[in-house]
Design a protein around this ligand. Structure first.
Ligand code: AMP
Length: 626
């Protein structure tokens, strides 16, 4: 049986882990860091880049570099609250009104497709790491994700060829990574990431791990802090130079990157400078951007955003039926919890110093891997009980929402409620399934609508219609409506795909499969090109610093091997690049030998100044043949 990996599909970065003997181990992404940027880019040359290579070229290709896609998952275009500056690519509604990405050649991609590209790369990396095919995953989502967003995440996995064993709430995963099953503990997980904020209360008693309550804001995260800083920089720049950088096609992306860097620096430094040379051109030549930002100023800019998490913390403790003093620990998760102001708020709100792991970016994936071990039976000392994060109900007369499953109900769950008709002889009732905490139907998220037909004619208020909701352990909702008199029943699995139909998902799976080999080849080509760039850089450096020391033939050989590799690197033939790299490697090896000999010779003779080239060549000739 293959292994189940845990995937944290993050707004900014994604991470994956595997459970080895029940203990989680992070899987290297193969690109150095243990997390992979959740970035997909489409280059003018037709390449599709994912991860660090995509992030690196973001500045020069802002319109076709897709970041923070998680914020669009399962969302209608009209619902978006993202600031217009939050991302540099175009977001448009598709024919269903869902938010989709449009790149500059006019192609559009659903957030599920973009996410599946990230997942596909992760799958590929995991397979390389483990040496076997990977299909089963536990994938995490913010606790506050609604049904549509969860199903969109599942659909992304399906398109990437992954079989989702469980959709796990991120704070649950984080708490799992922090807790030992023997302990009895009540813990709050304060999770502030790049795009979302979640706060959850969990309890562990004798290995039974139960989420008591959870809440959050899916539209609040570190990206918003960046936006505030970007706004300030833009205004300052316009105030001092009169230049509006928003009009420039590239500058906003450069400013955004610099703002994020400055934000991270301000987590440890009290002041930092933002330096962007040649950001614009004015009447008297190029204009540079140089500003200093203090931590105090940054804190003023983000204060209200950070503060907005406080009432949610207070509410979740109440929802769990506890007081702050009942809690044993507060755990910090997510990159934004590195900000001192955020830590201070947590400390004030929970009246204790929070604990944080060395790697807040990895704990969610590690917890997901532990959950994978629980789901597959590898770990039997733990039982996971999750809760629904939002209330589910149906619309009733006057547009009022009637709750059927309250938020924070433990999963899996089945609940029913009786309804009746609103007018005499009504033969059809419309079941409008809603999710959210508002009293009015229209203010909640509409999940689905279906009709129960053939109700036997009767005065209003007489028919008895039983509406049942059941949610499985993954948070997937099934709804049925039954006429208690006729026994007529109508059932549905709610929106199985988060905006995509089954047919659309199947088509995308086929496309992804069709492209899989091509993508792998393409990925390999890009990796070989990266290695070639590195070899070129090293060899060029070697040449530049030793040109005067080396004999003419060696210089010529090195130059020509370098040219060959540069030419091959610009082509599409992977073997040709590898061969040229090998050739260059041999020449570099030879040259290094020569240089070593020169050094030895220098040591023996006390300097080369009085030797002519011929003597050196002869002296080294013997060594080379050997
Ligand atoms: P996550 O979604 O958990 O990967 O968190 C990513 C968010 O954390 C992004 O908005 C990052 O800019 C932010 N972040 C990462 N490191 C730091 C830091 N040292 N200080 C402030 N924010 C950070």
């Amino acid at each position: 049986m293959g292994c189940t990996i845990g995937i944290d599909l993050g707004t900014t970065n994604s991470c994956m882990a595997i459970s080895e003997g029940g203990d989680p181990v992070v899987i290297q992404t193969g690109e150095g860091p243990r997390v992979m940027p959740s970035v997909v880019a489409f280059t003018p040359a037709g390449d599709r880049l994912v991860g660090i290579v995509a992030k690196r070229q973001a500045i020069t290709n802002p319109k076709d570099t897709i970041t923070s896609i998680k914020r669009l998952m399962g969302r209608k275009y009209d619902e978006l609250e993202m600031g217009s500056d939050a991302v540099s690519y175009d977001i448009v509604p598709n024919e269903k009104g869902d938010a989709v990405v449009r790149i500059s050649d006019g192609r559009t991609f659903t957030p599920q497709e973009i996410s599946s590209m990230i997942l596909q790369k992760m799958k590929y990396r995991a397979e390389e790491f483990l040496g076997e095919e990977v299909t089963d995953v536990v994938v995490t989502v913010p606790a506050h994700f609604n049904e549509v967003q969860r199903k969109a995440t599942k659909a992304a996995c399906t398109i990437a060829g992954l079989n989702v064993k469980r959709v796990l709430n991120e704070p649950t995963a984080a708490a799992l990574a922090f807790m030992e099953p023997v302990e009895k503990k009540r813990i709050a997980v304060y999770d502030f990431g790049g795009g979302t904020f979640d706060i959850s209360i969990l309890q562990m008693v004798d290995g039974v791990f139960e989420v008591k309550a959870t809440t959050g804001n899916t539209q609040l995260g570190g990206d918003d802090f960046d936006s505030r800083l970007v706004e300030w920089i833009m205004n300052e720049f316009e105030r001092t130079t009169g230049i509006d950088l928003w009009k420039d096609p590239v500058a906003p992306q450069r400013v955004r990157e610099a703002a994020e860097r400055a934000k991270c620096e301000l987590s440890t430094a009290m002041e930092t400078t933002i330096n962007l040379p040649f950001i614009a051109s004015g009447g008297s030549g190029p204009v540079h951007l140089e500003m200093s930002v203090t931590r105090k100023l940054f804190e003023d800019l983000i204060m209200d955003l950070v503060e907005s998490s406080r009432p949610l913390c207070e509410q979740v403790v109440r929802d769990a039926g506890m007081t702050i003093d009942d809690l044993d620990t507060v755990v910090l998760v997510g990159g934004s919890t590195r900000i001192p102001l955020v830590r201070k708020l947590v400390e004030e709100t929970f009246r204790r110093e929070p604990v944080y792991s060395v790697n807040p970016d990895e704990v969610v994936a590690m917890g997901a891997a532990i959950a994978g071990a629980v789901v597959t039976g590898q770990r039997k000392d733990l039982v996971l009980l999750d809760v629904t994060s939002l209330t589910l109900g149906v619309e009733t007369l006057g547009g009022v929402m009637a709750p059927i499953i309250e938020k924070n109900s433990p999963l899996p769950i089945k609940r029913s409620r009786m309804f009746t008709t609103a007018v005499d002889n009504q033969q059809v009732v419309s079941i409008h399934v809603l999710q959210g905490e508002r009293a009015l139907a229209e203010e909640n998220r509409s999940l689905a609508k279906f009709d129960l037909v053939g109700i036997s004619p009767a005065p209003r208020g007489v028919p008895r219609i039983e509406v049942s909701f059941s949610i499985d352990a993954n948070g997937i909702l099934f709804v049925s409506a039954k006429d208690a008199v006729t026994g007529k029943k109508q059932e549905m699995k709610i929106n199985p795909s988060g905006g995509l139909s089954d047919d659309e998902i199947n088509r995308l799976i086929q496309e992804a499969n069709k492209n899989k080999e091509a993508d792998r080849e393409r990925t390999k080509l890009i990796e070989v090109r990266n290695r070639a760039d590195h070899s070129i850089y090293e060899a060029a450096k070697l040449l530049a610093s030793n040109k005067t020391t080396l004999d003419e033939d060696s210089v010529h050989e090195l130059e020509s091997a370098l040219d060959d590799l540069r030419r091959a690197r610009d082509g599409d033939d992977k073997d040709a690049i590898e061969n040229a790299m090998k050739e260059l490697g041999m020449v570099v090896h030879t040259v290094r030998n020569i240089l070593n000999m020169v050094e030895t010779f220098e040591d023996d003779t006390g300097g080369l100044g009085n030797l002519d080239g011929g003597t050196l060549g002869e002296a080294l000739g013997e060594t080379l043949i050997e």
